[in-house]
Design a protein around this ligand. Structure first.
Ligand SMILES: Cc1cc2nc3c(=O)[nH]c(=O)nc-3n(C[C@H](O)[C@H](O)[C@H](O)COP(=O)(O)OP(=O)(O)OC[C@H]3O[C@@H](n4cnc5c(N)ncnc54)[C@H](O)[C@@H]3O)c2cc1C
Length: 399
């Protein structure tokens, strides 16, 4: 394993750090550091800032407007962004549909969609999951009937993050059910303003609104919005999921969380002494820090493997499992450090009736409970951890 960064890489790291410090508004940084959501307007503004600098799509080829950095630079960039508490720009455009379009789409689709993905002008959402088709995605039933010059789409998607904010949805739809389930799936781009689409919010346990149900009733989608070939959607979907799982270790933000817990445990007291001096608490925090360090070195080892020409298989499942478990352990410790102050739920949105109640406890408790309870979803989305374990069992243990 070669982990040495060159002097150019270190200079690049400094350049990114200086850029974030000069351009990321303090208010956004503060919200991210507390684990609170960042609104569409602020996220789009941050995306625009990165776009103007040419840094919005580190992995995209240059001819499509990307930075085309080698893996090490992408890693360093992500680390600095995590350390600086910069918000992640929504993954659905730049990380997901963009690479599918420039890899499998036609020239007209590339010209029409890619510039607006990069600039953040179009927000995208991902229409894969359906009621009854999550882990078993190939069983999906949303149907797109060939009507000559257009498809007629009927069905339902669920858990669609940002459907209420998105301009477009990329959808897996069934165009044929004569063969194996995977063979009859196509990849369709649908304008969210098309008549027949209804978005219904799902309010999550943290009282937030990020996920939705999306209903399609006789939705006419022009044939030109089909990506690649009909019936090949499963191949494109798998390509997209492999992109979804890169950069999932989130080591830098977990380190920020450790620092936050230490600082709170230094301020909170137990039996008249700072909690950070409590042996049992320290032992638990140290155990998670050791796991985090192991995760960091695993990620670096894998980086070194890919740089040397290797590819990732089941290892990305391993990263996903460990990263999400560490994330959840950390928010658990955060609540423990806050003690009673973690319990009051502070309403976030302007129209929430509980908002006019005065906040209880110190400022640093903001967002902790929301982060912990919403964080339960991390082991479910992006392919549940049980499914990741199945992948490891098949690919590594040959079961
Ligand atoms: C917050 C959030 C955001 C999401 N955003 C999106 C989005 O934007 N777009 C989108 O398309 N989807 C999205 N999803 C959906 C997500 O991908 C699915 O929830 C996930 O794939 C699990 O599918 P499911 O909910 O149908 O559960 P199921 O597949 O029904 O699974 C239920 C339980 O059974 C376990 N299980 C299932 N099959 C197996 C098996 N073969 N072996 C062992 N255990 C198994 C699962 O691990 C899970 O614990 C989101 C989900 C959440 C929670």
């Amino acid at each position: 394993m070669d982990l040495a960064f060159s002097s150019e890489d270190r200079a690049f790291r400094e350049e990114v750090l200086a850029f974030v410090e000069a351009n990321l508004p303090g208010e956004i940084r503060d919200r991210v550091a507390r684990g609170l959501g960042v609104g569409k307007e602020a996220l789009t503004a941050w995306q625009r800032t990165l776009h103007e600098k040419g840094w919005v799509a580190p992995a995209w080829p240059r001819n499509y407007g990307g930075a085309e950095w080698p893996l090490v630079r992408r890693y360093l960039f992500q680390q600095v962004m995590g350390e600086a508490a910069a918000p992640d720009i929504p993954p659905f455009g730049v990380n997901m549909v963009g690479p599918v379009i420039y890899t499998f789409g036609n020239e007209a689709q590339k010209a029409r969609f890619l510039p607006r993905v990069l600039s953040g002008e179009d927000w995208w959402c991902q229409g894969y999951s359906e009621p009854g088709s999550g882990s078993d995605l190939a069983s999906l039933r949303t149907r797109a009937e060939d009507q000559g010059d257009h498809y007629l789409v009927n069905g339902q998607k669920i858990w669609t993050t940002y459907a209420h904010l998105a301009d477009w949805i990329f959808c897996l739809v069934r165009t044929d059910d004569s063969g194996r389930p995977q063979e009859g799936i196509s990849f369709l781009l649908i304008d969210m303003k098309t008549p027949g689409i209804t978005v219904r919010p799902i309010i999550t346990i943290d009282h937030g609104h990020s996920v939705n149900e999306v209903f399609f009733e006789d939705v006419r989608v022009p044939k030109e919005n089909l990506v690649g070939e009909p019936g090949k959607g499963w191949t494109y979907a798998k390509f997209l999921l492999s992109n979804e799982r890169t950069g999932i270790a989130h080591v830098a933000s977990a380190k920020r969380q450790v620092a936050r817990i230490k600082s709170i445990a230094g301020a909170e007291e137990i039996d008249g002494r700072p909690l950070i001096e409590d042996r049992a608490f320290r032992a638990r925090l140290a155990a998670v820090e050791v796991d985090l360090m192991a995760l960091e070195f695993t990620e670096l080892r894998l980086l070194s493997k890919v740089q040397g020409g290797g590819t990732l298989g089941a290892e990305s499942s391993l990263l996903k499992i460990r990263a999400t478990e560490i994330q959840q352990s950390l928010t658990g410790l955060l609540l423990e450090a806050l003690g009673n102050y973690a319990a009051p739920f502070e309403a976030e949105s302007e129209d929430d009736a509980r908002r006019n109640e005065p906040p209880i406890g110190p400022d640093y408790r903001d967002g902790a409970l929301q982060q912990h309870i919403y964080g339960r979803a991390a082991t479910i989305y992006g392919g549940s951890n049980e499914i990741q374990r199945n992948i490891i069992a098949k690919m590594v243990l040959g079961l």
